[in-house]
Ligand binder design. Structure first.
Ligand SMILES: [Cu+2]
Length: 317
């Protein structure tokens, strides 16, 4: 994660402002240190003059008055340039947009991200978690909200931070100009697992994005074999269905992440571990060990039920 690794126009503006401020400050620092060094050298030269010093104080040196005045003027100019640059960066950040915008809603939860792709037809809306896919080159309007406490959405390669405030939506528009996977992180302390609230933004060429979106619109895959069918029964009859949605099944709760296409995601637990059967099993058996305080309880399962559940969840591509 780096603010200086800009992948879109908004992040590039912020990085530009950062560079301007950094290099101006470096120049000012060098000049101040040089002036200080010069003053010290002169003071030593003064010291070598015969003592006692002349009784009549010579008054302020004319050269010094000029230098100090110039420094004051330069300081005012530098601060003014910073002011103009930061106001114009602010305007630039708010100016992106266009007719072909894609709108997504990001909702912060303790301690994961709910992502919704809006669509005029409700049946075509897509809900996922912790992983945002965006098409390269197309503006994305991100509407932010929070369910419980204040969080902050921050993907430094794409844009600055945006606080997510419960009951108060706000929007920002970003654009990725090159494909890649950009990491984001909650940037506002939101409780015990704040540091474990990561997300990924996957920027891909528009055709790949459309393909992904079409896949996410589908209802969940039905279990492929008897074991997976058993796993589905475990999911539906156990506590899992009280908190999670799997579209196309009777599980429709919204307390935890939507699991309809769980297997298509690359990470688990809001970006803290890779999505593979081992980590998935560890998570289901004891989420409190991996993410103490998280809102998913440890669930005791017989070994064959757990294996069946893994087979079922592994098939949710
Ligand atoms: Cu947080």
């Amino acid at each position: 994660m780096s603010v200086l690794d800009a992948a879109g126009p908004q992040a590039a503006r912020i990085a530009g402002l950062w560079s301007l401020m950094l290099w101006t400050s470096v120049a000012v620092f060098v000049l101040v240190v040089a002036a200080l060094g010069w003053a010290l050298v002169r003071a030593r030269a003064d010291h070598r003059r015969p003592w006692p010093a002349p009784l009549v104080h010579p008054g302020p040196e004319r050269g010094a008055v000029a230098v100090v005045s110039a420094a004051v003027v330069a300081t005012v100019v530098v601060l003014f340039v910073f002011l103009v640059a930061s106001v114009s960066t602010g305007h630039g950040l708010a100016s992106l947009g266009g007719a072909d915008e894609l709108t997504i809603t990001v909702t912060g939860h303790q301690w994961w991200w709910e992502i919704t792709y809006d669509d005029a037809t409700p049946a075509r809306r897509v809900v996922t978690a912790n992983e945002i896919h965006v098409p390269v080159g197309r503006p994305v309007r991100v509407v932010t909200d929070a369910r419980d406490v204040i969080h902050s959405f921050w993907v430094p390669s794409l844009h600055g931070k945006r606080d997510l405030i419960p009951g108060h939506t706000s929007t920002m528009v970003l654009r990725a100009d090159r494909p890649g996977v950009f990491r984001g992180q909650c940037a506002e302390f939101c409780g015990l697992q704040h540091a474990h609230m990561l997300l990924l933004v996957v920027a891909e060429p528009p055709p790949a994005f459309e393909q992904w979106l079409a896949g996410q619109r589908q209802a969940a895959a039905s279990p492929a074999d008897e074991r997976a069918r058993h796993g589905q029964r475990v999911f539906m009859s156990g506590p899992c269905a009280l908190c999670h949605t799997i579209r196309g099944t009777e599980a429709g709760a919204r307390l935890g992440p939507d699991l309809t296409h769980l297997a298509s995601r690359t990470t688990l637990g809001a970006g803290i571990m890779p999505n593979n059967p081992g980590h998935l099993a560890g998570w289901i058996v004891d989420p409190q060990h991996i993410k103490p305080g998280s809102n998913m309880p440890a669930i005791a399962l017989a070994s064959e039920d757990l294996q069946a559940l893994l087979a079922y969840l592994g098939g949710l591509r």
